[in-house]
Unconditional design. Structure first.
Length: 262
């Protein structure tokens, strides 16, 4: 039995729009309600308790609006809140985590040197520590917090090439990048920097994010429940944000339809 109910997607701000773009590309018949919490961004420097409270508030509103599943398009909120949310709500709640397994598996048994770029909270939380514990004996993993990358997206300065490259060099010049096998983009905001990372990194260094795998998982879950949208349904996206300013609304629309930087 198909369902035309929407999928709720939320993030600390605008980064989750990169996940919505992936969802629209892969599941074009689904309706999407997106909520960006830019008024409270960034989540990555907040306490886990603060992030849990904000996440519950958003999901409760989604449930009132009749969504059939939630995608937490935020590694930080996933780390802090996904288990508690799943205990509270019966609908599927899909979280995200840095795609470290993908990066390590890419070596097909050879030791990989991986940088995980994420928010400070994601890298501090137990969820990431448990993920890292699975791979750190066989691979060399560097944790790199990049809080300024969130701020640049939220402030609408993603097209400021000099600012972005200066910021990236500030974080990554400490590494011998020629020796790095992959960089994991462990924050959905960072997906918008893919072209910049490609400029920064050697051609041999892979750039990996978790968006495609997350949407694939959502599709599997919806199929198992018989709740995929029918193929003749007209999908779409409704963008909402806790910051009601025209600037945020315009920036959200621009990121949804942006080209090369995503």
């Amino acid at each position: 039995m198909a369902s035309t109910a929407p999928v709720g997607v939320f993030d600390s701000g605008l980064g989750g729009i990169s996940v919505v773009r992936q969802l629209r590309a892969d599941l074009p018949h689904e309706r999407v309600l997106y909520f960006g919490d830019s008024a409270n961004a960034p989540y990555g420097t907040k306490t886990p308790e603060q992030v849990r409270e904000l996440s519950f508030r958003i999901v409760e509103d989604f449930v009132r609006r009749g969504i059939k599943a939630v995608v937490i398009a935020c590694n930080t909120a996933t780390s802090a809140a996904v288990n508690d949310l799943r205990e509270q709500y019966s609908i599927p709640i899909i979280g995200m985590e840095p795609a470290l397994k993908v990066a390590c598996d890419a070596g097909h048994g050879t030791r990989q040197r991986v940088i995980v770029a994420a928010t400070p909270l994601t890298l501090r939380e137990r969820k990431f520590a448990a993920l890292m514990d699975r791979f750190k004996a066989e691979h060399t993993i560097f944790k790199q917090p990049c809080p300024d990358l969130v701020e640049i997206v939220e402030s609408g300065r993603l097209d400021d090439h000099d600012l972005v490259m200066r910021t990236l060099h500030g974080y990554f010049d400490q590494y011998d990048l020629d020796s790095i096998d992959s960089v994991v983009l462990g924050c959905t905001h960072f997906v918008f920097y893919r072209d910049y990372f490609r400029e920064l990194l050697p051609d041999s260094t892979a750039i990996i994010d978790g968006n495609e795998g997350t949407i694939r998982h959502l599709d599997v879950v919806l199929e198992s429940l018989g709740e995929q949208a029918p193929e003749d349904a007209e999908g779409g996206v409704e963008l909402r944000n806790s910051d009601p300013s025209p600037r945020i609304a315009e920036l959200s629309r621009a990121l949804l339809t942006a080209g090369s930087r995503a």
